[in-house]
Design a protein around this ligand. Sequence first.
Ligand code: PGA
Length: 259
Amino acid sequence: MAEVVIVENAEAAGALVATEIVELIDRRQDAVLGLATGSTPLPVYQALRSRLAGRDVSQVRGFALDEYVGIDPSHPESYRSVITREVVEPLGLDPKRIHVPNGAEATIQHAGEDYDAAIAAAGGVDLQILGIGTDGHIGFNEPGSSFASRTRVKTLTEQTREDNARFFDSIDDVPMHCITQGLGTILEARHLVLLAFGEGKAEAVAGAVEGPLTALLPGSAIQLHPHATVVVDEAAASKLQLADYYRYTFANKPSWQGI
Ligand code: PGA
């Protein structure tokens, strides 16, 4: 099963995951990071600002999970823009090495295949950061997604469009379609790190970690991964049946073992 780490707050989660990423980059200067957007990963990127300052990050590579279809990359809420603003610029990464799926309609027919090929050419993702939607999606793999799915176009659920309307002037401006790494693509990353904060995520987290493997809750795909870490605050952990065991396990973890 996934290792579950229950932390005090989002800041502590950010620090924990940032430490893991810094150690990865120290081991491998051209590490391949799987980057997530949304509010959840922001504490990780925030913590990385000071941790990576002064380090050579010129070789670090990155692949975003998803992008809206039909949105101009220069739109402030395109995931290309978000990744540039929240990750590439503050961390001083080389923009040429940071990839985001191409949501342009003209090339969308082969954009998924192209993206999976680019990930494969980079040797795969070393550490994939994940959030989880209130409907259990990871990336934009909405309920019903195949566990074997590759990067492809999906239709966003009404719930996801409502959840993301806060980033736009109105829900009508939230794109209907997206291109997202598939669950099969995500499962190929060498280490999955899923973060979730707040009561609103508690049900999705419990389902993903302890529920049955089901396409109805795409996050449950992490149970198939040999190295998945779930970092949650108390509120997001509140529906986990084995919460006490996770606390006990983490408190007694050997110091030589990272997350
Ligand atoms: P959030 O989104 O981090 O903005 O809550 C998570 C997700 O939709 O995967």
